[in-house]
Design a protein around this ligand. Structure first.
Ligand code: G6P
Length: 372
């Protein structure tokens, strides 16, 4: 009903706008005196967290992209190797597991059958399991050794939005906790990262304030038949999430690529007029990926692509080559995905709306897939 939507035209629009609170609520009470405090992880003692040799993240859909983003952060901070796998692939390949493997499942609903079966399997094989879940008392957390709840609030629209940013926030908290316990980050580094994390809600609010430009773009592009998304490092999973949103909501063929992979195939798809969203890494990043992505933009532009760059405020290097630039506030490189995803969500939602589609209930999809 209209009342349930709180005055918004759709649940999706409401949930997109609730993302600052979703992150703030997920962080609330869990950062105390520059340290991460997660009482729900009490069953995992510090010695046990120090004995972990690797982490396998399992999830489906949007949750899997949250896992891919977190892989970069958890490895960088804690130096524990992380792999991310789709639950339904993991379960059926006889994965190598032991008591030093931590399996972290991510599920908004906590009921996705593929992920549930994968968690049960991992436990049978002796792995330790943590669930990142948005639904109190759901089946996956009950089948896991511990749960870290995201507090995004109920997500009604089929396509996941606010749960995604809350999942990344929860995984970042976990990564920073692990880094402190394992001594891989200094107190100063830890405090810096925690401050970045706490600044995310306000920055998300700023991104939402810029929605109009994205909305206009989506309306101009309502006849588009195919859209490509490029990203690198943490921008790569965001490119895939942007493509997924467009498929789910607007039924448009879309694909996300790692920008570095362009020359190994996808560049053959570029023809005049092809729209390409590019998630541009910060020019302040230490890995110097920014010039590489700017040169990717030049390469596709030279072949006629219509480039829509998502770039941080003040990044002027993209201006000569991009047809449109969507700005996000300055953030440390690992925190950019939390901001860059928002214009992509809004783009897909608006384009679907421009086509007259039901953004809350896209055809053929279910909010929670409870069959294998
Ligand atoms: C379904 C939904 C997606 C969601 C995925 C995983 O396919 O349509 O939006 O990302 O399931 O759901 P979960 O509840 O496990 O996060």
């Amino acid at each position: 009903s209209a009342a349930e939507k709180g005055g918004w035209s759709s649940f999706m629009r409401k949930e997109v706008s609730e993302q600052p609170e979703a992150v703030a609520n997920t962080l609330r009470g869990r950062i105390v005196d520059d340290e991460v405090v997660i009482p729900e992880l009490a069953s995992f003692g510090d010695d046990e967290l120090r004995s972990i040799r690797r982490i396998t993240v399992i999830a489906c859909g949007t949750a899997a992209y949250a896992g891919m983003v977190a892989k970069y952060a958890i490895e960088q901070w804690s130096r524990v190797p992380v792999e991310v796998e789709l639950s339904h692939e993991f379960r059926y390949r006889e994965p190598v597991l032991d008591e030093h493997t931590l399996v972290v499942s991510i599920s908004q609903s906590g009921e996705t059958m593929d992920t549930l079966m994968a968690v049960k399997y991992a436990r049978e094989q002796g792995a330790r399991t943590i669930s990142i879940c948005n639904t109190q008392g759901a089946t996956i957390p009950r089948e896991s050794d511990a749960v870290v709840y995201t507090h995004a609030g109920p997500e009604v629209a089929v396509a996941s939005t606010k749960a995604f940013v809350a999942q990344i926030a929860a995984l970042y908290l976990f990564g920073l906790h692990l880094a402190r316990v394992r001594g891989t980050l200094s107190a100063t580094e830890l405090a810096t990262q925690l401050a970045e994390l706490q600044a995310v809600p306000e920055k998300l609010q700023a991104v939402l304030g810029e929605a109009e430009k994205v909305e206009q773009l989506a309306h101009w592009m309502a006849d588009t038949r195919s859209v490509l998304f490029l990203g690198r490092h943490v921008g790569f999973p965001i490119a895939m999430e942007g493509a997924l949103k467009l498929k789910e909501l607007a039924y448009i063929h879309a694909e996300g690529f790692a920008a570095g992979e362009l020359k190994h195939g996808p560049i053959a798809l570029i023809e005049p007029g092809q729209p390409v969203f590019v998630v541009v890494p910060s020019p302040r990043g230490s890995a110097n990926l920014h010039p590489k992505v700017v040169s990717n933009i030049q390469e596709i532009r030279a072949r006629g692509a219509r480039v829509i760059a998502i770039a941080e405020a003040g990044d002027a290097a993209v201006l000569p080559f991009a047809d449109e630039v969507l700005r996000i506030p300055l953030a440390a490189p690992l925190f950019e995905p939390l901001l860059a995803v928002v214009p992509l969500q809004i783009f897909a939602m608006e384009l679907a709306q421009a086509k007259g589609l039901d953004v809350d209930q896209p055809r053929n999809l279910a909010k929670s897939v409870t069959v294998e």
